[in-house]
Structure formats: structure tokens, C-alpha cells
Design a protein around this ligand. Structure first.
Ligand code: 0WD
Length: 261
């Protein structure tokens, strides 16, 4: 049991296909006590049965685009958990029209601001709100994607937001390290979720991934969940500020292994 006696808050569980669902399931299996935040009432009905299976009764609304909502949600959490051991930030968003077409033509100031606000700043905002309640040895975790450092068709301004999120991970790690709070990111390979369907031709991205990745396939939310459980456990006590790839090796390959056959 990697996470026995740990209390961990999970955000961004929109439905059973969410990466956060794979993470919650692995963390529950490893003995963590879980609480959840959801963006709005509409998503609560998807979350309820999943949280119930994991014996969690702490479900709190938190829209990260709003400072008041973040403050209220952590005050609410404090009533259940005066202290806890970390959170998972599994939240990303850019307006749909930003994720379709030629980057230079489709990117707008507003789209840029929203993508960076929801997908990167919200990690800092949650860390700031959580800090007074975090135990020594806590771990924070976010989810990023290779579009941060390599171009990917249609991923567009989300790539920039993920680059910001990865820098955010390093700065938070430096800023909270002396309090013995670790901050890491998992860079997941493409997985068919609600958010992923917002990227045009996402199915094509999945098949291209399988051709190039050394393991010759995509990854599952359970595989991401297992690494998340490790990174938030005391077994990873020496790891902070890292971007760990869970992508079947895609990021290390320049060509498919059978390219010359
Ligand atoms: O291929 C993929 N699916 C990958 C996803 C590969 C690598 C990384 N990621 C990242 C995403 O960028 C995101 O940061 O993983 C994270 C989780 O994404 P997911 O599991 O793929 O997608 P989904 O199940 O849709 O969960 C993301 C959720 C939102 O769902 P929708 O689709 O309804 O926007 O983020 C939440 C929301 O629940 N979210 C917010 N939560 C609070 N406040 C907000 C907000 N303002 N906006 C979005």
C-alpha cells in the first residue's frame, strides 16, 4: 500500500474516462483517503458514483477560473481535512476554435489568456490555497503533454500553456521544497477523454502515436494512475520538479523502429 495514511485531493475528474479517474482508482487501491473537486453541478452526477466506489464523501465544487471559488473550496475542504498530503491537478482547457487549424492564423489574445489561465495558473492558485493545510512530505502533481516542447498538429496554444505548466512545476518545486513539499508532472501520451476530443483529428494522433512509440501502442489511464500513485508516495521522496513521461516511450523516438523495413 503505497499511500496508506495519505489524504489526497483529486481535481478534474469529469467522467470515468478522465485521466483523474485512473489516478483516483490507483490511489484508492494504494490506501489513500480521497476527496474530489468538480468544476460545476453538471459534472457532479458523473463524479458521485465514482467517488462512492472509493468511499469518498468529500465532493467540493471548484471552478479554477474564479479566485472566490478556489478560496471557498479550500475553506470547505478544511472542515473535513484540517491537514492533508497533496493534490492532483488534472485540469486543462482552451476554447475549441484554438485547437483546430494553423497556429498562427487561429491563435487569439483571448484564447491564449484562457488556455494559460485554466491550464497553468490554476496549478499555482491551487498550491497557494492548499499550502497552509499541507503536511510535511506532501506531493502535488499535474498532467502535461509533449506539445510543451515539440509541435503537434492542432494542439496549438495548448502547447504553449503546457510549456508554462511545466515551468510552473519547476518553480513550485523550488518554492515549496524547503517545506518538504514535492511538485511533479506526468506527461501522458494521448488518451481518448472528453478534453482530448476537443483537439481536431485526435483519433489520427492516437494512431500516429502507436506507430512511433517504442511499445507500439498508446497508454491507459490506469498506467498513468500507477505512476501518479508512486510520485505522490514516500517512495518518491527524493523526486521533485520532474516531468515524468508515461507515453509508451513516444518522446524518445525520432522514427518508428520499423521505418526502414
Ligand atoms: O490525451 C490526453 N487526454 C492527455 C491529457 C494527454 C496529456 C495530458 N492530458 C492532460 C489534460 O491537458 C488535462 O490537463 O490531462 C489533464 C486531464 O485531462 P483529461 O483527463 O484528458 O480530460 P477530461 O476528462 O476532460 O478532464 C479535464 C477536466 C475538464 O473536463 P471538460 O472536458 O469538461 O473540460 O478539467 C476540468 C474539467 O472537469 N476543468 C476544470 N475544472 C475546474 N475549473 C475547469 C475549470 N475552469 N476547466 C476544465
Amino acid at each position: 500500500m503505497l499511500l496508506k495514511n495519505k489524504k489526497i485531493l483529486i481535481s478534474g475528474l469529469a467522467n470515468k474516462y478522465s485521466i483523474a479517474a485512473g489516478i483516483a482508482s490507483a490511489m484508492h487501491r494504494e490506501g489513500a483517503e480521497l476527496a474530489f473537486t468538480y468544476q460545476n453541478e453538471r459534472l457532479l452526477k458523473n463524479l458521485e458514483p465514482i467517488a462512492e466506489k472509493m468511499n469518498s464523501k468529500i465532493l467540493i465544487e471548484c471552478d479554477v477560473s474564479c479566485d472566490t471559488s478556489i478560496a471557498t473550496s479550500f475553506n470547505e475542504l478544511n472542515k473535513y481535512w484540517p491537514d492533508f498530503d497533496g493534490f492532483v491537478h488534472s485540469i486543462g482547457f482552451a476554447p475549441a476554435e484554438q485547437l483546430e487549424g494553423n497556429f498562427v492564423d487561429v491563435t487569439t489574445r483571448e484564447g491564449f489568456q484562457i488556455a494559460h489561465d485554466i491550464s497553468s495558473y490554476s496549478f499555482t492558485a491551487m498550491a497557494k490555497a492548499a499550502k497552509p493545510m499541507l503536511n510535511e512530505g506532501s506531493a502535488l502533481l499535474t498532467l502535461t503533454y509533449l506539445g510543451s516542447n515539440k509541435t503537434v498538429p492542432n494542439y496549438n496554444v495548448m502547447g504553449l500553456a503546457k510549456a508554462s505548466l511545466e515551468a510552473n512545476t519547476r518553480f513550485l518545486a523550488a518554492s515549496m521544497g524547503r517545506d518538504n513539499i514535492r511538485v511533479n508532472a506526468i506527461s501522458a501520451g494521448p488518451i481518448k477523454t472528453l478534453a482530448a476530443s476537443g483537439v481536431k483529428n485526435f483519433r489520427k494522433m492516437l494512431s500516429e502515436h502507436s506507430k512511433i512509440a517504442p511499445l507500439g501502442r498508446t497508454v491507459t489511464t490506469d498506467e498513468v494512475g500507477n505512476v501518479a500513485a508512486f510520485l505522490c508516495s514516500d517512495y518518491a521522496s527524493g523526486v521533485t520538479g520532474e516531468i515524468t513521461y508515461v507515453d509508451a516511450g513516444f518522446n524518445i523516438a525520432a522514427m518508428p523502429i520499423d521505418a526502414y523495413e
